[in-house]
Design a protein around this ligand. Structure first.
Ligand code: NDP
Length: 232
C-alpha cells in the first residue's frame, strides 16, 4: 500500500488531498497544526480507520519536524506533499509599505519548511517505491508570468520554493527521488476565495494525475494541475 505524508491537511487543498488518496486506498499521514480542532480530518480518519492518521505539525517549528521524522522513522513514504502555506494579508499593501516581519514568516513557512521536510524525511522517501516530493507552489511564483507586479511576500516565497524544488531534483536524483513544483490552479479555498475558478476536487484530481505520471525525466519541473508545464 503506497503512503502519503502531507502538511496542512486540515482544510482547503490539503484536506482534499487527504480525502482523495485515502479513498484510493493509500495510507495517509495527515499533518496539521491542531489535530484536536481538525474536525473534518478527524471525521475522515474515522471513515478510514487505520489508513489515515493525524499528526500535529506546525511546519514553522523545525524541532517538531525532526521529532515527527524520528517518530515515523520506520515508515516508507511514497509521496511527500508540501502543501501548507500562508498568504499574508499585508501583502496587499504594495510597494512602499512592505511588511518585513510577515515576509520573514512567509519565507519560513512557504520556502524553508518544505526543504526542512525533505531533509527530515529523505530516508523514508528513498526507501519507498514511488519516491516523490511534490511542493504546491503557485503561478504567482513564476518570474516569467509576473506582468502585474506587487505581492512581493507571496510571490518571492513561492519563487524561492521553486528553486528549492529544482535543487532537490538534482541533489536527490542519485537516490531515485523525483521532485516537482505544482500549481493547483485558482482554487475555492480560504486562500483562493469564493471567486476562484475551480473546486478543490477538480484541482486535486488533476494534480493526482500529474503526480502519478511523474517520471525522473519530469523531475525539477513546474506543472499546473491540468498537466501544462509552467515557465519558471
Ligand atoms: P488555505 O489557506 O485554505 O489552507 C492553508 C493550509 O496551510 C491550512 O491547512 C493551514 O493550517 C496550513 N498552514 C499554514 N501555516 C502553517 C504552518 N505554519 N504549519 C502547518 N500548517 C500551516 O490554502 P489552500 O488550501 O488554498 O492552499 C494550499 C496550497 O496551495 C498552498 O501552498 C497555497 O500557496 C497553494 N495555492 C493555492 C491557490 C488557491 O487558489 N487556493 C493558488 C495557488 C497556490 P491552519 O488551518 O492551521 O491555518
Amino acid at each position: 500500500m503506497p503512503s502519503l505524508l502531507i502538511t496542512g491537511a486540515n482544510r482547503g487543498i490539503g484536506l482534499e488531498f487527504a480525502k482523495q488518496y485515502a479513498k484510493a486506498g493509500w495510507r495517509v499521514l495527515a499533518c496539521c497544526r491542531h489535530p484536536d480542532k481538525a474536525e473534518a480530518l478527524e471525521q475522515l480518519a474515522s471513515q478510514h480507520e487505520g489508513l489515515l492518521n493525524l499528526h500535529a505539525l506546525d511546519v514553522a517549528n523545525f524541532d517538531q519536524i525532526d521529532s515527527l521524522a524520528a517518530d515515523l522513522a520506520d515508515e516508507k513514504i511514497d509521496l511527500l506533499v508540501n502543501n501548507a502555506a500562508i498568504y499574508p494579508d499585508t501583502d496587499q499593501r504594495g510597494f512602499g509599505s512592505t511588511d518585513y516581519q510577515a515576509w520573514m514568516h512567509a519565507f519560513c513557512v512557504n520556502s524553508m519548511a518544505p526543504l526542512k521536510m525533505a531533509e527530515a524525511f529523505v530516508n523514508q522517501i528513498a526507501s519507498s517505491q514511488q519516491k516523490k516530493i511534490v511542493c504546491i507552489t503557485s503561478k504567482m511564483g513564476s518570474i516569467a508570468d509576473n506582468t502585474r507586479g506587487g505581492c512581493y511576500l507571496y510571490r518571492s516565497s513561492k519563487a524561492a520554493l521553486n528553486m528549492v524544488v529544482k535543487s532537490l531534483s538534482v541533489d536527490l536524483a542519485p537516490q531515485g527521488i523525483i521532485a516537482a513544483s505544482l500549481h493547483p490552479g485558482w482554487v475555492k479555498t480560504d486562500m483562493g476565495g469564493p471567486h476562484a475558478l475551480i473546486t478543490t476536487q477538480e484541482s486535486v484530481a488533476g494534480m493526482r494525475q500529474v503526480i502519478e505520471q511523474l517520471t525522473p525525466a519530469q523531475s525539477g519541473k513546474f506543472y499546473a494541475y491540468d498537466g501544462q508545464e509552467i515557465p519558471w
